[in-house]
Design a protein around this ligand. Structure first.
Ligand code: PMP
Length: 429
């Protein structure tokens, strides 16, 4: 079982000074209560109750080379001894930009920021400045950060489907009225949006794999179709690769699917746990920042600690066989989940790729978008996740699992054993 006495005490104390008790809404309202971590090493966390926990959430994605990685530590420590930040230019930002242009197919310029949310907004502004059009095409179930123009139709309820719907209070309609939302994996829906808003949609933004809603894969030809639609309609195409970037392949979806959107957004895995994001893409489009049509700013953009962390992370990930090993680990977990479910009479499917996949209890067919994903049995999955947690294995809510470079055979064995027991346990309840 998982002990939570100390975590409970800390949460109670936190609520008295930190509004909501936690630092992001995603860590609130969790069961049994927010867990407090003391340190991390490789794929393990050590919590306030003194337990070792095998982690498949990777800090929601960034910890692709685990915590306490000797080479990442050395790179950051070396930079720490030289400077925290400059507010001037430095070699590290050039070296990282050169490396990104080398490993991300079709990327010939990058810009830096600090979080995925920020990079999304930079990309949207660049696209709008380039096309002179203000409307943005977005898809149901996709998450592109917490700002008002994008925090819409993220996980819409039945009655919110088919229109752009805000997620929380404090989102005035004026701030999302330029966002047009349609279902994903439905090329006709996107085509209709372009014709209904003829000459007004200048930007299309999509996750390349719908990780934020059940890791749905794009249908064959769907992403290509979207890129064609954008070209036909003079819109800038953006892949939000905050999760897929450096995770599904070193070159992200550009490499994995062989596609070339105009712009791509990177964050999370790029710097191995340090706060860093970037937009990469076409030199002509990013040229709007050079010819004065628009601007981009930020005190911490390209700061030397984060560029050092990113360079080291990309070096570690570039080692031969890294992605094959990570995908194989994830695929073995998926197989164990599917087989154990089958043996225990539990209906489920898993979707996604080896390094980022989701489990959908209660579904018999691969979900293709949010409308399919919302039919899964979330309550039963929560029970499975709790059973895993009781065996000291952490995975994310809504069925999501991330695999990193430090998940080895030893962890696989532990996880598979826990999966078998966990499935037996939920089959009994
Ligand atoms: N885009 C996608 C696809 C994401 O998954 C996220 C975060 N989960 C963001 C943007 C926002 O990134 P951040 O939390 O770093 O602001």
């Amino acid at each position: 079982m998982l002990k939570t006495d100390e975590s409970e005490k800390l949460y109670e104390r936190s609520c008295k000074s930190l509004a909501t008790g936690v630092s992001t809404a995603f860590r609130r309202n969790v069961t049994p209560n927010p867990l407090y971590m003391e340190r991390g090493d490789g794929p393990y966390f050590y919590d306030a109750d003194g337990q070792e926990l095998l982690d498949y959430g990777l800090g929601w994605g960034p910890l692709i080379v685990g915590n306490n990685h000797p080479r990442l530590n050395a790179a950051v420590a070396d930079q720490l001894s030289r400077a925290y930040t400059f507010g001037y230019q430095h070699r590290g930002e050039i070296e990282l930009a050169e490396r990104m242009c080398e490993v991300l197919p079709g990327v010939d310029r990058v810009i830096y920021s600090n979080t995925g949310t920020e990079a999304v907004q930079s990309a949207l502004r660049v696209a709008r400045a380039y096309t002179g059009r203000n409307k943005i095409l977005k898809f149901e179930g996709h998450y592109h950060g917490w700002l008002n123009n994008m925090l819409v139709s993220v996980h819409p309820s039945e009655d919110q489907l088919g229109r752009t719907s805000p997620t929380c209070g404090g989102q005035p309609e004026e701030e999302y009225s330029l966002t047009v939302t349609v279902p994903w994996n439905d090329l006709n829906a996107a085509r209709r949006a372009f014709s209904e808003h003829r000459g007004e949609i200048g930007t299309m933004i999509t996750e390349a794999i719908l990780i934020n809603s059940g890791s749905c894969l794009p249908d064959d030809g769907y992403l290509e179709g979207l890129l064609d639609l954008c070209r036909e309609n003079g819109a800038v195409s953006i892949f939000d690769e905050v999760i897929t970037g450096f995770r599904i392949a070193l070159g992200g979806a550009r490499e994995y699917y062989g596609l070339r959107p105009d712009l791509s957004i990177y964050a999370k895995a790029i710097a191995g746990g340090f706060s860093m994001s970037a937009v990469g893409g076409d030199a002509e489009i990013l040229g709007v920042l050079e010819d004065g049509r628009t601007t981009h700013a930020g005190t911490y953009n390209g700061n030397p600690i984060c560029t050092a962390a990113a360079k080291a992370t990309l070096d570690i990930l570039s080692e031969p066989g890294t992605y094959d090993r990570m995908h194989a680990h994830g695929n073995a977990l998926r197989e164990a989940i599917e087989t154990s479910a089958d043996e225990n009479g539990i209906q489920l499917v898993t979707t996604g790729v080896g390094t980022a996949f989701s489990v959908h209890i209660g579904l018999s067919e691969m979900p293709r978008n949010w409308r399919d994903v919302m039919k899964a049995d979330g309550t039963q999955y929560d029970k499975f996740r709790a059973a895993m947690r009781d065996r000291h294995i952490l995975c994310l809510p809504e069925g999501r699992w991330y695999i990193g470079a430090t998940h080895s055979e030893k962890e696989l064995e532990k996880a598979i054993q826990a999966i078998r027991e966990g499935m037996q346990e939920i089959a009994r309840t």
